[in-house]
Design a protein around this ligand. Structure first.
Ligand code: SF4
Length: 212
């Protein structure tokens, strides 16, 4: 190709493709590890499996810097509110992986204290079966998640979020209007009651004026 032809090259793409390409290759996990599955996850970070191959080697221990909540281990009802709070502290877009039988379904803990699957608390995007699942299974789940991220539409999500915000504003302004009308009626009633009682007081003091 001649230098002149190279200068004239252009590259076309969609914003969705660019955003999703960036997102799917930088999925930073927040490991919520409570039991043996977490040890299995640790091995994915070793040189043998090398999680950095897919851009996910940055394991963050703050939900504000993470994209993927990785729940690895048994979740009890005592931990459930903490897990939910961590999920809520993560910025959108966020995804959740349930790693191992315990996170997916409570595993063999058929008891009063274990949550029978984290999808009772938060939405789950990918489930990894096994007790414990092998690191290869974790990679498989990450590939599934990448595929899911690839198919999402940034512009569509943005439009939906805007629509939700507009609906929210409309609902709140309607509530405000109704509240104003209610308060106005209450204030009118209060004023008329006060005036009526004052008039009655005056008439009690000057009973001769009652007939007028
Ligand atoms: S699924 Fe098995 S390996 Fe994983 S946390 Fe539960 S008991 Fe441990």
């Amino acid at each position: 190709m001649t230098p002149e032809a190279q200068e004239g090259n252009i590259f076309t793409s969609s914003l969705d493709f660019l955003v999703n390409w960036g997102r799917k290759n930088s999925l930073w996990p927040f490991p919520y590890g409570t039991a043996c599955c977490a040890i299995e996850f640790m091995s994915t970070e070793t040189a043998r499996y090398d999680l950095s191959r897919i851009g996910s080697e940055y394991v963050r221990f703050t939900p504000r810097q993470s994209d993927v909540l990785l729940v690895a281990g048994t979740i009890t009802y005592k931990q459930a509110p903490i897990l939910k709070r961590i999920y809520e502290q993560m910025a959108e877009p966020r995804w959740v992986i349930a790693m191992g039988a315990c996170a997916c379904s409570g595993g063999f803990y058929d008891c009063y204290c274990t949550v029978p699957g984290i999808d009772h608390i938060i939405p789950v995007d990918v489930y990894i079966g096994g007790c414990p699942p092998r690191p290869e299974s974790f990679f498989d789940a990450m590939f599934d998640l990448q595929k899911k991220v690839e198919d999402e539409s940034y512009m569509k999500q943005r439009a939906e979020r805007l629509k939700e915000q507009i609906e929210d504003i409309k609902r709140k302004s309607k509530e405000c209007r109704e509240d104003l009308v209610l308060r106005k009626n209450e204030a009118c009633e209060m004023v008329s009651n006060t005036v009526r009682s004052k008039v009655n007081d005056v008439l009690d003091v000057f009973p001769f004026k009652k007939g007028r």
